[in-house]
Design a protein around this ligand. Structure first.
Ligand code: AMP
Length: 355
């Protein structure tokens, strides 16, 4: 057990690191942030920081000597960095979960291997392979880079009229995955926490609405049949177990019009679709992460309210003052500088009576 008073090292300095550090502080832990930028959202809330590139192994060693346990707030931490850190201090979740979650192809093969449904897909390494893959699983599809894609970046939508060579050049990657387009009924996510002894706690399944491929709104709980929510939760628990994950796992899924659940993405970290838990659940996803990685008892994931979480993206953040006049709203701002299109600047959670 890592006891209160210990120092949690967090790789990444964004809003997820910030909210993890705030939750850690409430339980009496210190947080030490490792990120390349000096004024990141997470570094504003704790005095312990290392400012260095993610592949600076000398800085990583110094960081390791200053912490008791490490975690990460984004899945594109270089694998070498995660492995080197994991050899020095406990890293939770481990490098294995990261390796799968940072590579869309490995993720899909893993999911298939453990009996979980995914979109139809083909690996693609050239315009010719893309044309062949489209003929097999098209005519509509989404071409995605295998690595480093997020919020719709590194994605090209393809339709029956698309020229495969032009789409391949537009993506500009050497390895990609073509996914069949899913005409989904809605998008869901299930967030689960898993402790060292294999104990699991699942949050209510939520619905996520995206605008321009970026999460805009989360509705908690999702208004779906109980059996579908139970199946989504079962899938997330199963994946966390098969990854032997200690920490948090968010599983993003499509619910098809025929009632099938297809996993789109895994994130072994706190997730934007879990921000509502700060204000509407007994234990927030951030506190739950701290509890899971430190070996504390997991908290109750029960919600005391229903909630709608709205991201404040780009200049939407300028509505912050109006939000403050809404008695049902909780405002969270991330301390970022200038808003730019697509940049997540904060979020608002509006509470509703529990139904
Ligand atoms: P991703 O980066 O994979 O999470 O994709 C971002 C968003 O793009 C998803 O949340 C969906 O709204 C949309 N999207 C991604 N892949 C597909 C797909 N295969 N079919 C339909 N929509 C998709």
């Amino acid at each position: 057990m890592i006891l209160p008073g210990a120092t949690i090292g967090i790789i990444g300095g964004g809003q997820l690191g910030r909210m993890t550090a705030l939750a850690a502080a409430r339980l009496g832990y210190r947080s030490h942030i490792f990120s390349p930028d000096a004024d990141s959202p997470a570094k504003q809330v704790t005095p312990y920081a290392t400012t260095a590139a993610y592949d600076d192994h000398a800085a990583l060693k110094r960081f390791a000597s200053a912490i008791d346990i490490a975690t990460y707030e984004f899945e594109n931490v270089p694998l070498d960095t995660a492995k080197a850190l994991g050899a020095l201090k406990p890293l939770r979740p481990g490098a294995g979960a990261l390796e799968i979650a940072q590579d869309r192809l490995k993720e899909k093969y893993f999911l298939r291997g453990v009996g979980v449904g995914t979109t139809a897909f083909r690996p693609v390494e050239s315009a010719e392979q893309l044309a062949r893959a489209l003929a097999e699983i098209g005519p509509r599809g989404v071409l995605k880079t295998v690595r480093l894609g997020y919020d719709g970046k590194g994605q090209v939508m393809l339709g029956p009229e698309t020229d495969a060579a032009a789409a391949w050049n537009k993506l500009g990657a050497s390895v990609a995955v073509l996914e069949g387009f899913v005409d989904f009924a809605c998008e869901l996510s299930s967030i689960v926490a898993r402790g060292e002894k294999g104990e699991i706690a699942a949050y209510p399944v939520v619905e996520n609405r995206h605008v321009n491929h970026i999460l805009d709104t989360t509705v908690a709980p999702a208004e779906i049949p109980v059996a579908v929510a139970a199946e989504a939760e079962r899938i997330a628990c199963h994946v966390a177990e098969r990854l032997d994950l200690v920490g948090l796992l968010a599983v993003e899924m499509f619910l098809t019009k025929s009632g099938e659940l297809l996993v789109n993405e895994l994130a072994p970290r706190p997730h934007n679709s879990g921000h509502w838990t700060i204000d509407a659940c007994m234990t927030s996803q951030f506190e739950q992460l701290v509890r899971a990685i430190c070996g504390l008892p997991l908290g109750s994931t029960e919600r005391h309210s229903n909630a709608v979480m709205k991201n404040l993206i780009g200049d939407q953040v300028e509505t912050w003052c109006d939000v403050l006049t809404d008695p049902a709203a909780h405002l969270h701002l991330y301390g970022k500088g200038k808003p730019s299109p697509g940049r997540k600047m904060g979020h608002v959670t509006r509470l509703l009576p529990k139904r």
